[in-house]
Ligand binder design. Structure first.
Ligand code: ARG
Length: 561
């Protein structure tokens, strides 16, 4: 529909001699469907009043022989808009076409895109902070894949940083007289050890020093540490995978920072050969400042004076590896917004050293806050473990109604997922949001359960239809719903282009509101067969759209609720 409207306008503008690529957008005015606001920029270029240009264009459009096929009305509005109201026939024609299209009519792409999301630090339990990268990253992955791209998801585990040195330090101290091959520990032990040693490091410089030393020796391949490390990895990763599975989050590659280490020997001399490295106090650093910088961008540290490698070094080597293995058109990172400086430094070095010069994008997200609008904490003030958050949400939902207590486990898991994910994905990811468990568990309001409920409610109405949509529209709410459905490809394309799932999430909500209104206003019993047939087609498509878009958001439909 947008394409057709734009091309009609384009023809009209051209005919009178205006060069412009008209853009049509949804109108917020009542009784207006679309609007075009190119008149202002044209007015500047051609030194004419916007209303005068508008007048000319509209009279040109009205001369079209098929005007009445497309339009109910095309009118000029002050200070310079063309307001468009489309005909019912055009709406139905567009809907008929859309229903037969693959991939809900979105434009297809064929890029190779790596998405780096998840990024848990092994040996630490997943907490609420890990939620956003997993949920948002997986949604972006699904959306880009839906568009036809070859998408490669990599979890990029934090598997060899200081937390590993700290846990190994804890183990060695807790089992002083046991040979390292004989040391036994489990997940519960790990979950206690990391916070314990990490707190100790803050008080005791000597311990901190030792943990750094162990980390460095682990990176260098110390046999005992590597043995313990593998054991820690196995236990912790099993638990991490269990949680991701619960959230339907999955990765094509489970690489970690440590996998990038094998490229250092090639990459570091290569960067040095480009003359980019300078020695500062024994450390190898690379300047990345640019004249246009408005804030200070400090140099990237490639290697510390004690020989240790840093987060930036492994991120550079990971780009090296991705280029070699996948030759992608884009690499997308989904992390906490506070890492944006880090990525700016890494991206600059990757480009300066010609390691990789195609798309490098960092998409930062804000924090998940509690009702006090501060980062979500447990009642005692600690960071909330993801497991505990999931249990809290489940409890909340179960306690809403007596029937929920008897719910099938699989269905319940799907609903819990919808609560957590829809709370997150409806917000522009760059902002913080308040996770109010009670509010987001309700079946009313802008929540996951509301949308699932809408879907199930509508699907009960559906019966088979003969597949031919007539040219009729029966009332305003019916018209609104059909017009909204026609928007679906535009919304998917925008979400993909901007890498922002919230456009889809908000659309899904607005569509659900319309579908519910439709349900309430249009009684499906006691109606003419012809009308029923049309309604069936519209509502079946409505549910197809809901289901497909929800699955892009990682939300799946329960059997009942
Ligand atoms: N492990 C990191 C953290 O917890 C996130 C990793 C993000 N990805 C990356 N390539 N640096 O902060």
């Amino acid at each position: 529909m947008y394409n057709e409207l734009e091309s009609i306008l384009n023809k009209a503008f051209k005919k009178i001699g205006y060069e412009v690529e008209p853009k049509v957008v949804k109108s917020k005015e009542e009784f207006v469907d679309f609007q075009c606001d190119n008149l202002f920029s044209l007015a500047k270029t051609y030194h004419k009043a916007p209303l005068v240009i508008g007048e000319e264009v509209i009279s040109e459009i009205k001369k079209m022989s098929d005007f009445s096929f497309y339009f109910k009305s095309v009118e000029l509005a002050k200070p310079g808009f063309i307001n468009i109201c489309v005909s019912d026939r055009f709406i139905n024609e567009s809907l008929r076409k859309l229903i037969t299209k693959d991939s809900l009519g979105c434009t297809k792409e064929q890029s190779t895109i790596v998405i780096d999301y998840g990024g848990p630090n092994v040996a630490k339990p997943l907490h609420v902070g890990h939620l956003r990268t997993a949920i948002i990253g997986q949604a972006i992955y699904n959306i880009l894949k839906f568009k036809g791209n070859k998408v490669i998801g990599d979890v990029h585990l934090g598997d060899i940083g200081l937390q590993m040195g700290q846990v190994i330090y804890g183990i060695i101290n807790d089992f002083p007289n046991t040979k390292y091959e004989d040391i036994e520990f489990d997940l519960e032990y790990l979950n206690k050890t990391y916070p314990k040693v990490s707190a100790l490091c803050k008080e005791d410089d000597d311990v901190k020093e030792k943990c750094h030393k162990i980390t460095k020796e682990l990176q260098d391949g110390n046999e005992e540490y590597v043995y313990l490390w593998k054991k820690i990895m196995k236990i912790s990763l099993d638990d991490i995978k269990r949680l991701y599975e619960y959230l339907s989050v999955d990765f094509d590659y489970w690489y970690g920072e440590s996998d990038a280490y094998k490229y250092f020997d090639e990459m570091i001399p290569y960067i040095e050969s480009k003359g980019l490295v300078r020695i500062d106090d024994g450390a190898k650093i690379i300047d990345v400042k640019e004249d246009s910088d408005k804030v200070d961008v400090p140099p990237l540290i490639l290697q510390k004076s004690d020989g240790a490698y840093l987060y930036s070094t492994s991120d550079l080597a990971t780009i090296w590896q991705r280029k070699k293995d996948f030759d992608p058109d884009d690499i997308i990172y989904v992390t906490d917004d506070r890492q944006s400086l880090h990525f700016e430094q890494v991206f600059r070095v990757a480009r300066k050293a010609h390691i990789y010069e195609k798309g490098l994008e960092h998409h930062g997200y804000g924090t998940v806050n509690g009702k006090d609008n501060k980062p979500f904490k447990t009642r005692s003030g600690g960071t909330l473990k993801l497991d505990d958050l999931i249990s809290e949400v489940r409890e909340e939902f179960i306690n809403l109604r007596e029937e929920n207590k008897k719910m099938d486990k699989e269905d319940l898991d799907k609903i819990v997922n919808s609560i957590i994910k829809f709370a997150d994905l409806q917000n522009d990811m760059s902002r913080n949001y308040i996770f109010d468990i009670k509010k987001f568990s309700e079946v009313n309001g802008k929540t996951g359960p509301y949308i699932l409920y809408t879907y199930l409610r509508i699907s009960k109405l559906l019966s088979s239809n003969n597949g031919l949509l007539s040219d009729n529209i029966y009332n305003d709410i019916d018209r609104d719903l059909r017009l909204k459905l026609i928007d679906v490809p535009v919304v998917i394309d925008q979400s993909a282009r901007e890498r922002k799932p919230h456009y889809i999430a908000n659309y899904v909500y607005e569509l659900s509101v319309l579908a519910n209104n439709f349900y309430v206003e249009n009684r499906m019993t006691d109606i003419d067969d012809d009308i029923k047939n049309d309604y069936d087609i519209v509502l079946s498509f409505n549910n197809k759209v809901l289901k497909s878009l929800l699955s892009l958001l990682g939300i799946y439909i329960p059997k009942s609720m």
